[in-house]
Design a protein around this ligand. Structure first.
Ligand SMILES: Cc1cc2nc3c(=O)[nH]c(=O)nc-3n(C[C@H](O)[C@H](O)[C@H](O)COP(=O)(O)OP(=O)(O)OC[C@H]3O[C@@H](n4cnc5c(N)ncnc54)[C@H](O)[C@@H]3O)c2cc1C
Length: 180
């Protein structure tokens, strides 16, 4: 455990395998208790602490070892990107400062500019121009991103997502408890 200013941070280094070398994970312990996005890390810590996990690879260790180390195709890149963007929107403050609002809007513009799939990037830039990021609150941002994602879904012939359930999908978990 290391103290960085007033925030208590756990710094953990683990070796995945010989080829990829070490990976560093930094998590703010204050956020862990109430943050689903941090749960796998918490599970990993718990598993590392148990003697049993030292004898036989844990399910999470297996997951890490089996992780595909190849370049992403459009689909994989899309799923990973949407996951990050929706999670960021879901965790965006309800009452953001002016700076936070500017930063998050800027991030969307930069992603649209540098998104590695050229055709996707071009459409994304046009979509953002027509529908600029709505950064007044976390709720607004999530709704805006949901609409934007639905535009892409429509273009690709995929089903529309029900935007009234976007916080369930990306932050709280489904109301039926299936994510608990
Ligand atoms: C900015 C961007 C532009 C893209 N443009 C293209 C393109 O032009 N051509 C192309 O072939 N691919 C494009 N992609 C990839 C494409 O959108 C999908 O990611 C990919 O086809 C995989 O689709 P999927 O059905 O597995 O789920 P995804 O569409 O990746 O969605 C992931 C998960 O998000 C949830 N979800 C779905 N819709 C919404 C929504 N509206 N709001 C909130 N959550 C939702 C669902 O639970 C879903 O399982 C783009 C991706 C991004 C990030």
């Amino acid at each position: 455990m290391k103290n960085w200013g007033s925030q208590s941070l756990i710094v953990v280094k683990y070796l995945k395998d010989g080829r990829t070398g070490g990976k560093m994970a930094l998590m703010n312990t204050r956020l862990l208790s109430n943050c689903k996005a941090c749960v796998a890390f918490k599970r990993w810590i718990t598993e590392r602490k148990s003697d049993k996990s030292k004898e036989k690879p844990s399910s999470l260790t297996e997951e890490l070892e089996n992780h595909n180390e190849c370049p992403l195709d459009t689909r994989q890149l899309g799923i990973a990107t949407w996951s990050l963007l929706h999670s960021m929107a879901a965790y965006f403050p309800e009452n953001p400062t002016e700076i936070e609002r500017e930063e998050i809007a800027c991030m969307f513009h930069i992603i649209a500019k540098y998104y590695p799939c050229n055709i996707c990037a071009k459409d994304f830039q046009e979509d953002i121009k027509a529908m600029p990021p709505e950064t007044e609150s976390g709720e607004k941002l999530s709704q805006w991103l949901c609409k934007l994602h639905n535009k892409v879904n429509k273009k690709l012939g995929k089903p529309m997502f029900d935007c009234s359930r976007v916080i369930e999908r990306w932050k709280d978990g489904w109301k039926d408890g299936s994510c608990d």
